[in-house]
Design a protein around this ligand. Structure first.
Ligand SMILES: Cc1ncc(COP(=O)(O)O)c(C=O)c1O
Length: 478
């Protein structure tokens, strides 16, 4: 039978997404052949053994299966009144009254199996607005976050796609993205036929950027006929792992204001600061009349609920829309309506992310212990890997450590090879799966790799000396 042919959108054929590209694909093949692979190519905490936060999962289980609520209540009552029963249940983790009450309250507001509002449940959007105000130390007033300008999404990825879909309207519309960048941005811009305008982060100064550098990149783009609509910032960074200082954030805001472009602030790593303080773009924006899209997610932080696909976008100063009397938020809502609604489990986890148990409640102590344990372990693992870089010939790692990644520069490689060849050899020799710098974009002539610092400590303890040895031998022999 003759095979039929179809044409496929060329933009999709041309899209690239290195995080799941040729190196991870080779890792899959090697795994099938029996090799132990350490998947450090992706920020997927629970795939690497991180336990889910008990509080989240307890609420989730009760909300998904309400018949358990009565049972848990009766059990708690029995334990309070019957000393014999409390002896039997001594070492068993019970669900606290606080969790039971909270779950019951949630059930009264959301039907998990039903479509919700396309923007997500209102009580969750209200909780997000409160969380943002608390985080940014905003008291009531005109700077409060507005629940009507918040949309829940299936992960931050969907939020990014919504905004890029909305902004790329004409053939010469472009979006500035950092280089190196998380390839969701380049791929999404490519898919909708927009123009990617690169701005290069200053590696040796800790992966920051300033206004005059941004002006230069913008003016080159304008000369090439590009109409720049927005600038993407990722803070803390992916792949760089670096954390912006307040000066950099202010410079980006001033740049956006002077040039009338929007800011898309990807802040999905806002809990991954390891002792530094998170400063949001919304906080620094204050009263400035600049359009700001801020996105957050349940996938990272200490929660790592990647598979549950939850997140949100908050819009400040929505732009006026040309050639229509419709407003920006209504058009965004229409776009979301086409997807019916974000999944309800993701919405619920987003609610829990922004409404942690407070001091004095049943789950509080355990919640804080689990959170601290995860964040401290991440910090220790990052430090351990950075120490290993110091033992490697010609490897340098810049910037304050945030997010879940390190992005060292490989200053020397065997003649005629690139970071792609290096990462492939590293995988084949040690089982360590990383992503080469080229997958994120980098200054021409430089080589890097990205490693997620999520693998268990005991695995890193074993593999890091092997990597150091591999690296130094590779450079010595060439
Ligand atoms: C910078 C950045 N933005 C967005 C995302 C997507 O997150 P989500 O799982 O919420 O779609 C990721 C995922 O790794 C990321 O690193």
């Amino acid at each position: 039978m003759e095979q039929s042919f179809v044409t496929v959108n060329q933009n999709i054929i041309d899209m690239e997404y290195a995080v799941r590209g040729p190196i991870p694909q080779r890792a899959e093949e090697l795994k099938k052949q029996g090799m132990t692979i350490i998947p450090c190519n992706i920020g997927n905490p629970q795939a690497l053994g991180q336990n889910p936060i008990t509080f989240y999962r307890q609420v989730l289980s009760l909300v998904e299966e309400p018949s358990k609520i009565d049972r848990e209540r009766k059990l708690n009552r029995l334990l309070k009144t019957n000393s014999h029963a409390s002896e039997i249940f001594n070492n068993i983790d019970l669900i606290s009254d606080y969790v039971i009450d909270l779950s019951e309250n949630i059930i009264s507001k959301i039907k998990m199996g039903a479509y919700s509002d396309s923007a997500g449940q209102l009580f969750i959007r209200e909780a997000i607005a409160k969380y943002i105000d608390k985080r940014d130390e905003v008291n009531s007033g005109s700077l409060n976050s507005n629940p009507d300008n918040i949309f829940l999404t299936n992960g931050a990825s969907e939020a990014v796609k919504y905004i890029i879909d909305m902004l790329i309207a004409e053939q010469n519309d472009g979006i500035m993205i950092p280089i190196p960048q998380y390839p969701l941005y380049s791929a999404t811009i490519k898919k909708v036929g927009g123009i990617q305008v690169n701005y290069y982060l200053d590696e040796e100064n800790g992966w920051i950027i300033n206004k005059s550098m941004l002006e230069n990149y913008l003016s080159s783009a304008k000369k090439a006929g590009v109409n720049v609509k927005a600038i993407v910032v990722i803070n803390p960074g992916n792949p760089t792992g670096a954390i912006f200082n307040e000066e950099t954030i202010m410079d980006i805001i001033k740049f956006a204001k002077d040039n009338n472009i929007a800011i898309l602030a990807d802040e999905v790593y806002q809990e991954n600061l390891y002792g530094h303080k998170f400063v949001s773009f919304a906080k620094m924006l204050g009263k400035e009349d600049v359009t700001l899209f801020s996105i957050h997610s349940i996938s990272k932080g200490f929660y790592g609920e990647c598979g549950h696909r939850g997140g949100y976008i908050e819009v400040r100063n929505p732009p006026k829309v040309k050639r229509t009397d419709k407003n920006f938020m209504d058009i965004l809502l229409k776009l979301a309506t086409v997807n019916l609604c974000p999944n309800t489990v993701g919405q619920l986890l987003t609610y829990l992310m922004v409404s942690p148990p407070y001091e004095g409640t049943g789950p509080y102590r355990n919640f804080i212990e689990e959170k601290n344990k995860i964040l401290i372990a991440l910090q220790n693992k990052a430090e351990m890997i950075k120490q290993a870089f110091k033992q490697m010939d010609s490897v340098e790692c810049f910037g304050r450590t945030g997010s879940l990644y390190l992005f060292p520069r490989l200053n020397k490689l065997p003649e005629g090879t690139t970071d792609f060849d290096y990462c492939m050899k590293l995988l084949e020799n040690t089982g360590l799966c990383t992503v080469n710098g080229g997958g994120f974009g980098q200054k021409e002539g430089t080589n890097h790799l990205r490693i997620a610092f999520l693998a268990p400590m005991e695995v890193l303890e074993k593999v890091l000396p092997i990597w150091v040895d591999f690296h130094n031998k590779l450079l010595f022999m060439n």
